[in-house]
Ligand binder design. Structure first.
Ligand SMILES: Nc1ncnc2c1ncn2[C@@H]1O[C@H](COP(=O)(O)OP(=O)(O)OP(=O)(O)O)[C@@H](O)[C@H]1O
Length: 262
């Protein structure tokens, strides 16, 4: 277990459930994420990852359960909780009529970031967007939009960063830089929760994994712990892909969302 796990959690989730009509998308997730820890959320299509992340970010109200961010209850003190986090969806959502620089200015005003200009310039440099300050989203490539959305998310130095498929649309160099950026933030004490189908990324970046299937946790721990739990030996050598397929295909049909059952 990584030493980051010994510090007071930034994110505490207990009994999280989300139902859409008759579909039980998330069924009772309980977990915590410590400062500096990167938790990888993995699971098959329809497992409930995006729903979980949207509940953690305060975009979707959970049906039941509690989410605390930096000690603030998302339901009772949403402004304080949301001020402490950033949510980066897989599809960047930008304002059509705001330039790159105006996006940063707008986010800075929303979050009350005083030294935003220096931070903004540094973030544009980090995201390789220097020179694009005056561009509108329509003039940016898919990857550049993704990077602008990430720069906006990082501007207020959130204690928790939630990322849904963070590398979608990025080229290989940008992927390398993004991994370094995420690692750097974790080393500085930010807690990260990321969902991805890219298992090598998850294996490389995440300290712990939460594997979900049918909205339930089917494994939670370090890769070594999950491997040991399944095989009884830490060095059985099974890759994350092998483990993922074993764990998720073992989830009983009754635990799959109703709509996905034959
Ligand atoms: N707005 C919605 N209304 C009704 N059902 C929904 C809604 N959003 C998601 N679902 C259902 O909830 C379940 C979980 O979906 P979710 O998008 O959270 O899964 P996911 O793990 O992110 O999937 P993927 O890997 O394919 O992106 C699925 O059965 C899906 O059909």
């Amino acid at each position: 277990m990584n030493e980051v796990g010994t510090r007071a959690p930034v994110l505490r989730v207990s009994g999280l459930e989300k139902t859409y009509g008759e579909v039980q998308a998330v069924r009772g997730l309980t977990f915590q994420v410590a400062p500096g820890e990167v938790l990888g959320l993995v699971g098959p299509n329809g497992a409930g990852k995006t729903t979980t992340l949207r509940c953690l970010a305060g975009i979707l109200p959970p049906t039941t359960g509690r989410v605390l961010v930096a000690g603030y209850d998302l339901a009772e003190t949403p402004v304080e909780a949301k001020r402490s986090l950033a949510f980066l969806p897989d599809e960047p959502r930008l304002f059509e009529y705001l330039t790159v620089w105006e996006h940063l200015n707008f986010v800075a005003r929303l979050y009350g970031v005083e030294d935003w200009e220096a931070r903004g310039r540094a973030l544009l440099e980090e995201m390789e967007l220097t020179g694009k300050e005056k561009a509108l989203p329509g003039e940016l490539s898919r990857g550049m939009k993704q990077k602008l959305s990430i720069a906006c998310g990082f501007l207020h130095s959130p204690q928790l960063i939630i990322l849904d498929e963070p590398l979608t649309g990025l080229d290989p160099l940008a992927i390398r830089r993004m991994k370094a950026s995420l690692r750097q933030r974790a080393e500085a004490g930010t807690a990260l929760v990321l969902s991805s189908h890219l298992l090598p990324l998850v294996e490389e970046l995440c300290h712990r994994l939460l594997v979900i299937a049918g909205g339930r946790a089917v494994a939670l721990g370090t890769l070594a712990e999950i491997r040991a739990h399944l095989s009884g030996s830490e060095d059985s050598g099974a890759s994350l892909e092998d483990l993922f397929i074993r764990i998720t295909s073992a989830a009983p049909e009754s635990e799959r969302p109703e709509r996905e059952r034959p």
